[in-house]
Design a protein. Sequence first.
Length: 256
Amino acid sequence: MRLPIVAANWKMHKTPAEAAEFAQALVAPLLPFEGVERVICPPFIAIPAVAEALRGTPIKVGAQNVHQEPQGAYTGCISVPMLQGLVEYVIVGHSEVRQYLCETDAMINAKAKAILAGGLKPIIAVGESLAQREAGETVAFVGAQVRAALEGIPAEALPSIVIAYEPIWAIGTGRNASPEDANQTIKVAVRDVIAALYGEATAQQVRIQYGGSVKPENMADYMRMPEIDGALVGGASLKLNDFVALVRLAQEAKSG
Ligand code: 13P
């Protein structure tokens, strides 16, 4: 049984003070849901404040990106050693970073390796564009993203890796993938690809999230799908009651 994981990707929202206040307010309502791993990914500048607010609680902190080198002349970047002790998870390969910051599959692979080497856990985001979907390329494209991200990563590391399947056309659009469709893509383009690379037993240990316009109204339908082990949530994670509801719905669906 895989522990469900619901992660809040706050993207470029909240100042450090706002983030700390929100994180503090989340603690009590999120505490009862021990059957779900709960992760908050604030902007870099708010990570210390959120880590402080969540210290001693079971709620984890994640970063939204990282540079693959431990240090160097990389203006504006943050490295794994800088995040150690503050976060447990790091999102890499988010479609917004791939698109706006020109992050490549090779960079995502290097970042995933650096995150694992530093004792942290990558949440590797993959997903197709609307044009790719309409051209029938979803499975080939997402499968290739998964293969590229995992290149050279040993099987022992796989249980520490989370994959987030986020179809680009569903992010922030209100147009979510149907639960059956997301489940099927996760199965054939992610879990089966991992099974082909590492074997079925290893593939069964990897947690795979869905992301893209997840909200309380559709969460239960996703969480009832056998291949979907949680959600990576943008907009709805910025509303306290909504995010708490998402975690509750994950716990109810997966324990029921
Ligand atoms: P929305 O939940 O706002 O669609 O964003 C999804 C996402 O990109 C999470 O990483």
